[in-house]
Design a protein around this ligand. Structure first.
Ligand code: UDP
Ligand code: MG
Length: 329
């Protein structure tokens, strides 16, 4: 379908006829789920458009699934998918968009850190300005610790220097995606789902909107620094080959220094004669080079490991149980 045909099809429809699917991942969120549902049921009464929720239970071990079953049996607009185990938030988001049938999808957290009151603003921007992606940017003085904010800023800086894809700083997962974008994302084959990178990679007209992020409504975050570090590493390795290439330049640099130093030793021996060579400088040199080689092998390992995972071609996630509306795709 061409863009014109699609535009004619989607934009001639009034807002009242459109359906927005909220994709909401949840991992051990029994405390937040009822609060989210209550807030959603209240908020949607004031919305001009139709809405549905696709919860993705990411292998919770608490009562989350039982709650979702209960609520889904009571309300037509509440749906869920439940994974056989914990697959991680990025994959939960992918599963959500696979099963969402709306004209647009809004991804949000269940802990109410992504305010429901911002959803109509996203929808309005999408509908009136005809953009394909609307993403939320957190207001500066949010609840994050200064260290988390600093590390996050460094990550965006580093990523944007390194990768072929530019990430807009501060743009998180809270965003609206038009059906066109959803279809493209669904067609991407990779197992390594660094969603922030993928949104940027697919392109399309994008618009930012700021929102104020309240603290978590209940429970605790599961993202600690180690998880965030691995997440950042995933992002960089999936979107940049710079870490692989840098070693060639380092190698050339070190070889050049070694050559100059060798020439200096030859000259010095010719002029001053031979003396006992420096044991310490030799050890330092060997250890330095050994370290560099181990790091570069480690970097190759990072990429090779990902290649290995991709070639196995396993499914992205396993659904143990679900209740979602039938959609043809
Ligand atoms: N989440 C998930 N799988 C995980 C970890 C988290 O689906 O393995 C969900 C979680 O239930 C929440 C969202 O991802 O809806 C964001 O998690 P959290 O609030 O812990 O992260 P933060 O807001 O601190 O970045
Ligand atoms: Mg949160």
């Amino acid at each position: 379908m061409t863009r014109k045909e699609l535009d004619a099809e989607t934009h001639s429809v009034t807002l009242g006829e459109k359906t927005i699917s909220l994709v909401v991942p949840a991992f051990n969120e029994e405390a937040s789920i009822p609060l989210f549902i209550e807030a959603f049921m209240r908020a949607r009464q004031g919305w001009e458009f139709n809405s549905e929720v696709i919860f993705v239970d990411d292998g919770s071990s608490d009562g989350s699934l039982a709650l979702l079953r209960h609520y889904a049996s009571q309300h037509e607009c509440l749906n869920y998918i439940s994974f056989s185990r914990n697959f991680g938030k990025e994959i939960a988001l992918s599963a959500g968009i696979d099963h969402a049938s709306g004209h647009a999808v809004v991804m949000m957290d269940v802990d109410l850190q992504h305010p429901l009151s911002t959803v109509p603003e996203f929808v309005k921007t999408w509908h009136e300005q005809g953009v394909d992606i609307v993403y939320g940017v957190r207001d500066e003085d949010n609840q994050e610790t200064p260290l988390k904010r600093w590390t996050s800023r460094q990550f965006y800086r580093f990523f944007n220097k390194m990768a072929h894809t530019r990430l807009p700083e501060g743009g998180g997962d809270f965003r609206l995606l038009d059906r066109r974008v959803v279809d493209v994302l669904k067609s991407l084959p990779e197992r390594n789902r660094f969603m922030k990178g993928l949104y940027a990679w697919v392109g399309f007209d994008t618009q930012a909107l700021t929102y104020e992020q309240p603290p978590r409504v209940a429970g605790n975050t599961t993202f600690n620094y180690w998880k965030l570090w691995n997440f950042a590493l995933d992002g960089i390795v999936s979107f940049s080959t710079w870490p692989l290439r840098v070693w060639s330049y380092l190698g050339v640099g070190v070889a050049l220094i070694a050559f100059l130093y060798g020439a200096y030793i030859v000259l010095r021996t010719l002029v001053l004669g031979a003396d006992v060579p420096g044991y310490a400088s030799l050890t330092a040199g060997v250890m330095f080079l050994g370290g560099m080689q181990l790091i570069s092998i480690g970097v190759i390992g990072e990429y090779l490991g990902r290649l290995f995972i991709e070639t196995k071609d396993r499914p992205l996630y396993i659904v143990a149980e679900s209740r979602v509306p039938d959609n043809e795709s």
